[in-house]
Design a protein around this ligand. Structure first.
Ligand code: HEC
Ligand code: HEC
Length: 240
């Protein structure tokens, strides 16, 4: 984009902000879209650090942006496509359109603006280096030396794992009235029974798929699928 038109646009945004500010003086609870809990809590763990794309995507991008941003040139459906869209400069929110567009309430287009907490979350994620996932230090040696820094094409969230792995590849045996081995993987609660949150190598589910033992009689999971499951467990195996 030409710097000139950006400046003009920025000026428009600033005047918009001033209007919004004046409006806020007379309206209580301004900036909180309806339906959000009053606390506006966005981080389930309460931890202010270690923001990951998975969290930002699950809490903001997927519910509020993907309706319009799941194709080029602004495809936010995966970490790679978001970074390829050029809207994020890691470490510098002010130089990242992903941040400036929501901070000025230009986006989501036509929708209620993001809450201050949500805008802060995006800023924090970019400031933290716009990481895809955080690989936590583990005191116990990991049995798999596979590089988890490699970008998996699958998001490390329960929603993505469930729709792309557990439901299509496991529930045929691990569901219904008499699930195989007593494990029902059709729900988050059921999956949780085979997980030790924070520790992939102790999780029955991860052991079963990384060893190739599961899916029984099926094609073993790909490296990307294994890596997404591992990251999701390492990050706390949240219902995200
Ligand atoms: C109702 C559709 C819609 C929704 C929802 C939406 N956008 Fe957009 N967005 C657009 C369109 C259309 C464009 C391109 C034209 C423009 O800049 O207005 C765009 C452009 C952008 C751009 C590039 C801006 C530029 O100046 O080129 C960014 C960054 C962006 N959107 C972020 C977001 C984020 C983040 C969300 C969710 C919080 C979001 N959008 C939600 C329709 C939408
Ligand atoms: C064709 C049927 C079938 C499919 C598909 C299948 N499983 Fe299993 N699974 C079984 C059976 C039968 C058992 C119990 C016997 C055993 O442990 O060998 C089992 C046991 C397990 C166990 C318990 C192992 C233990 O050590 O206690 C886990 C965890 C598991 N499966 C995970 C999965 C996952 C994850 C998938 C999908 C990626 C999957 N399974 C797909 C049939 C299946």
């Amino acid at each position: 984009m030409a710097p000139k038109s950006y400046l003009a646009k920025a000026a428009l945004k600033v005047s918009g902000l001033i209007l919004l500010g004046a409006f806020c003086l007379v309206v209580e609870n301004c900036g909180k879209p309806p339906g959000l809990p009053a606390s506006g809590v966005v981080n389930a763990t309460g931890s202010p650090s270690a923001m990951t794309f998975g969290q930002v995507s699950a809490q903001i991008i997927r519910p509020k942006c993907l309706k319009c941003h799941s194709y080029a040139p602004y495809d936010f459906s995966s970490y790679d496509s978001m970074m390829a869209a050029g809207v994020v400069t890691a470490g510098d929110p002010q130089d990242s359109m992903l941040y400036t567009e929501v901070a000025t309430a230009d986006m989501p287009k036509g929708g209620p603006p993001l809450s201050p907490d949500e805008v802060q979350m995006i800023s924090q994620w970019i400031t933290d280096g716009a990481k895809e996932s955080v690989v936590e230090e583990q005191p116990s040696p990991s049995p798999s030396p596979s590089p988890t820094t490699q970008a998996p094409s699958l998001e490390p969230t329960y929603t993505a794992l469930s729709t792309q792995i557990f439901l299509p590849k496991c529930v045929v045996c691990h569901g219904g009235a008499d699930p195989a081995g007593g494990y029902d993987f059709s729900t988050y609660d059921g999956v949780s029974h085979a997980i030790t949150a924070g520790n992939a190598s102790k999780s029955k589910l991860y052991k079963a798929v990384s060893s190739g033992k599961m899916p029984m009689d099926g094609t073993p999971l790909s490296a990307d699928e294994l890596s997404a499951i591992q990251t999701w467990i390492t990050n706390g195996a949240q219902n995200n």
